[in-house]
Ligand binder design. Structure first.
Ligand code: CTP
Ligand code: CA
Length: 210
């Protein structure tokens, strides 16, 4: 099967030297790509700005912003028969309304406001308008009411599975090699596990593309 995986954060440019981003390291998405290759699948990995080596056998497309990531996902769906899409990236929800062409200067300002506008929800666009009919897997990084928010995203974004992780706990999740996840299926199935992102990735791949 050919899998599409998104990973990492996005950078939303404020000016040529500044951006808005988040703490995602990309490690979980890269671990999923590696585990999918190990399970005999083909993988196109669409990666935001991260400093991680490309797992052997993976086709990698590097992108910067949420808009770039949306376009790369759309192109990949058009170019390949994707059977399963795992959208693991921590995509920025908002982006500056305008990007300054030159570095913004502080002189003469006693306050600074940046107007933000919403980005497109890639996962929420997969069924419609992107027309994806394969197995759709989302992630939900939450700090409270993890399973409530995650199951809401499962339904609202028309996923087959959602991987929920609690990012409020120190030492797991964002930027760590370890994670604790609960995988919810639209059929009501559910399992939880903690451990290395590599081991969890193997279990997630077995569940969603096994
Ligand atoms: N996602 C996406 N495109 C976006 C925002 C989110 O594809 N513009 C995907 C993420 O990759 C993840 C899922 O949607 O698979 C859930 O992301 P999350 O940030 O947890 O949910 P949101 O719907 O953005 O809601 P909120 O941030 O308010 O919790
Ligand atoms: Ca979000």
């Amino acid at each position: 099967m050919h899998l599409l995986i998104t990973a990492g954060p996005t950078h939303e440019a404020i000016d040529p030297v500044r951006f808005i981003s988040n703490r995602s390291s990309g490690k979980m998405g890269f671990a999923l790509a590696e585990a999918a290759i190990a399970a005999g699948h083909e993988v196109t990995l669409i990666a935001g700005p991260v400093q991680l080596p490309t797992p052997e056998g993976v086709t990698r497309i590097d992108v910067t912003s949420a808009a770039d990531m949306f376009d790369a996902v759309e192109r990949t769906l058009n170019d390949h028969p994707i059977g399963c899409a795992i959208l693991c990236a921590a995509v920025a929800d908002f982006t500056p309304a305008t990007t300054a062409g030159q570095k913004i200067k502080k002189t003469g300002k006693d306050k600074m406001t940046i107007e933000l506008v919403p980005t497109k929800d890639i996962l929420g666009s997969m069924r419609d308008p992107l027309g994806f009919n394969g197995t759709l897997v989302g992630f939900a990084a939450e700090t409270t009411d993890v399973l409530t928010y995650a199951s809401d995203k499962l339904t609202r974004k028309r996923c087959d599975f959602i991987v929920a992780n609690d990012v409020s706990q120190p030492g797991i999740g964002f930027d760590s090699n370890d994670n604790a996840v609960t995988v919810l299926g639209k059929d009501g199935s559910q399992w939880s596990a903690s451990g290395s992102k590599r081991d969890l990735a193997t279990r997630v791949i077995a569940t969603v593309a096994g």
